[in-house]
Write a protein that binds this ligand. Sequence first.
Ligand code: COA
Length: 257
Amino acid sequence: MTEHIKIENAQDTLTLTFARPDKKNALTNVMYGALADAIVTAETDRAARAIVIRGEGDMFTAGNDVGEFAAVATDAFQGERHVARFVQALARSTRPLVAAVQGRAVGIGTTMLLHCDFVLLAENAQLSTPFVNLALVPEAASTLLMPMRVGYARAYEMFAFGETVDAKTALELGIANRVVPLERLHAEAAAVARRLAKLPAGSLAATKRLMRNPEVLAAQIGAENASFAERLKTEEAREAFTAFAERRPPDFMKFAR
Ligand code: COA
């Protein structure tokens, strides 16, 4: 458990809150571990008939902690990486997943939305997937789910340029269900979760399984993880992480291909 993930259970809903607002809710290994455990535990928790995922502060999440990316790249980080467990837990969850997004959702902050069944965006939401900017590859089965959702052309632009998609556009592209005023975001998400919690859970789970094939997603995640691990060790990625730490733009042109 970590103080950076809040876990609350009320009114048949499990609410998971990223609570590291001073670092824009950047997700650490420990946070992924707590999230994975909570989502897996919810599978057999009768009081968790729906799950809400949300963030404290002015943004949903700035994505993976870039300092931890750098530590993994240089082998400074040892031990189990929980991000894979988190992604698998999301992909395999039979519970209705509701996301409430304000401000930025960067990287995994956006790709996790593709696993959510109901996505609410505040009017100020901004989604982006700058994996290539960090010399990495997209993850969480997003290389499959994003083109399926928004079409190859748009998905390629989002991935290659890391371009930001605003709430209205995300709604039009089918990434989200609703755009609501910021002040109503969390209340609306709780209301959607309560509504879902009242539905026949077995039927909802079976419907979800028919709509999303967890085995296909797991295979894609495996392929992405292999490529991601390889990319993390490249000189391109080292340049990207160093540039982030030094608050300067990266220079990828110096590397031959
Ligand atoms: N990993 C680690 N720390 C992060 C972070 C991340 N992904 N995102 C933000 N932070 C930290 C900043 O380093 C800063 O820490 P400091 O106060 O100790 O200097 C703090 O959070 C506030 O961030 P800041 O950049 O000042 O906020 P901002 O509102 O100006 O910008 C972002 C917000 C999200 C646009 C910017 O922080 C950013 O681009 N972050 C990196 C996003 C990213 O590439 N994620 C990985 C995607 S695969």
